[in-house]
Design a protein around this ligand. Structure first.
Ligand code: AHR
Length: 524
């Protein structure tokens, strides 16, 4: 990265940034696991009640699922959905959420100071997931419960032998097991906000015991140990080391969580959020590999980045009910008014995950409906797409096959939060025999970027099928129920192709996708 040289021309226009990128189909980071495009639904705010389930809504089907939301979740393209929390899971009694609805108890949702009617539980959520065509990823409660409840929950969910718990599942309408492969061993267990917060030693021992017991029930599971709640936790790094020292042989993934929010008057750092995500992943991978080396293990731990997004979490405290007699059902929480800038950052974060596709094998956009979400589902109208919807949906659809190593020569600058921050970021994918995609973000707030991309190997014979850009001259532009398409990708007509290269112009603060196809086979 060079420092920026952005000179003004005599007409007062900023001269564009000049950026060179080299891609080669043979320089591969790793195969892209489709689980990278997962989402997260928690019993929080109007995520479940009012979001995916709203029996009184005009679009609801006979089960109470909003069909308008189902359509948009399908379009979003999430491949897995993590459920039922989040912080909620640390107070969750799975038994409350099954059986005849009229017998299910209403409980306090302590994580989000609200009431939980348990109208939607494991059965209903699995049914909803089959509508959106995504895999279920479950979390067990290691906050207020332990190994025994985890293996009973697993037995209920995955076992076909005629035991008391599998028969209870059958009586509740589901003879076939749910067959859930991926399980999180608790959630954010280092967080002081977590019911049942633990030290890394205590959590590591509990997670290892629970993982062993769960594998006795079902040996084919993929298990996720909790990493730090975020990279700024005081115990970050040490937590990962201690937890993995206890659990290394028993788990497959370590979790990462990261939410980004702009500081007042510092859009530049916010636009560089993916720099933080890159460094975060590198640090977790280095720590996991340190434990691997110390143990002399041949096994490699993957990352499950199972909560990531832009989140205006500093606004949450004023939205949360507090009083001892105030436990509303589904209060509106964190229904963010995402701007085009947020959309660009979300696209850039997903590009960071792609660049680490060799180690990040699963990820969950947190969350997907109403709460911290790309989909708004108002009580009194149809669901609509927020600005963050588009880069996720297009990437989930077109980033297939392998993630490629990106060689980039881009100017950059110093930002208050991240230090050296490149202005342009790129991720690229290649699906042999089908095509490829180049994703580009211009983080500069006022200068456009002219990017030349050299294409080698099998990429050299691909042709540009489509180029779209998410951008708005007003960096705070948002979609709304009245103008749901104000911020949406538009064709980028600047793209040019020469033999073995393409060039494209990126407006300031923009996310772009250039899709390449085998001239013989445009799969769309
Ligand atoms: O997604 C909202 C909350 O953020 C989750 O419940 C928790 O895991 C994280 O702190």
């Amino acid at each position: 990265m060079q420092r920026a040289e952005v000179a003004d021309d005599p007409l007062g226009r900023e001269s564009p940034l000049r950026v060179r990128v080299a891609l080669d189909s043979e320089r591969v980071v790793g195969d892209i696991d489709r689980r990278l495009f997962g989402g997260f639904v928690e019993h929080m705010g109007r995520g479940v009640y009012g979001g995916i389930y709203a029996p009184g809504h005009p679009s609801a089907d006979e089960r109470g699922f909003r069909r308008d939301v189902i359509d948009l979740v399908r379009e979003l393209g999430v491949t897995t959905v993590r459920y039922p929390g989040g912080n909620f899971v640390s107070g969750f009694h799975w038994e409350d959420s099954v059986g005849p609805r009229e017998l299910r108890p209403t409980r306090l949702n302590l994580a989000w100071h609200s009431s939980e009617t348990n109208e939607v539980g494991i059965h209903e959520f699995a049914e909803w997931l089959s509508e959106v065509d995504a895999e279920l990823m479950l979390a067990v409660n290691l906050g207020t419960r332990g190994t025994r409840e985890a293996i009973e929950f697993l037995e209920y969910v995955n076992i076909s032998a005629p035991t008391r718990l599998s028969q209870w599942r059958s009586e509740n309408g589901r003879a076939e097991p749910f067959g859930v492969k991926m399980w999180c061993l608790g959630n954010e267990m280092d967080g002081p906000w977590q019911l049942g917060q633990r030290t890394p030693e205590d959590y590591g021992i509990l997670a290892a015991q629970t993982a062993k017991a769960m594998r006795q029930v079902d040996p084919d599971l993929e298990l996720v140990a909790c990493g730090s709640s975020h990279a700024a936790m005081p115990t970050f790094g040490e937590w990962e080391k201690v937890v993995l020292t206890h659990t290394y042989d028993d788990v497959d993934y370590l979790s990462c969580h990261a939410y980004y929010e702009p500081e007042p008057d510092d859009r530049a750092s916010f636009l560089g959020s993916a720099v933080n995500m890159d460094r975060f992943i590198d640090a977790v991978v280095a720590t996991a590999d340190h434990v691997k080396a110390v143990r002399g293990s041949s096994k490699t731990i993957a990352v499950s980045f199972d909560e990531w997004n832009v989140w205006y979490s500093s606004r949450l405290p004023e939205q949360l009910p507090r009083a001892a007699d105030d436990w509303p059902l589904a209060p509106p929480l964190s229904e963010e008014d995402y701007t085009v800038t947020d959309g660009v950052v979300v696209g850039d974060l997903l590009m960071s995950l792609l660049r680490h596709a060799d180690r990040v094998r699963s990820a969950s956009l947190a969350q997907i409906v109403n709460v911290i979400a790309p989909i708004a589902a108002p009580d009194n109208g149809p669901a609509w797409r927020k600005a963050t919807f588009h880069p996720f949906a297009l990437t989930a659809r077109h980033a297939r096959g392998r993630s490629l190593d990106v060689v980039i020569d881009t100017p950059g600058h110093h930002t208050a939060v991240h230090g050296d921050t490149p202005f342009v970021s790129v991720a690229a994918t290649h699906d042999p025999g089908r095509g490829g995609a180049v994703f580009l973000v211009n983080r500069h707030e006022s200068a456009a970027a002219e990017v030349t991309v050299e294409l080698s190997g099998a990429l050299a014979v691909l042709v540009v099928a489509e180029a779209v850009t998410l951008h708005d001259p007003d960096l705070d532009a948002q979609n709304s129920a009245v103008f749901p398409d104000r911020v949406s990708p538009r064709p980028n007509r600047s793209v040019r192709q020469q033999p073995g290269a393409l060039s494209v112009q990126l407006p300031p603060v923009s996310w772009t996708m250039v899709r390449l196809v085998d001239a013989e086979a445009d799969e769309g």
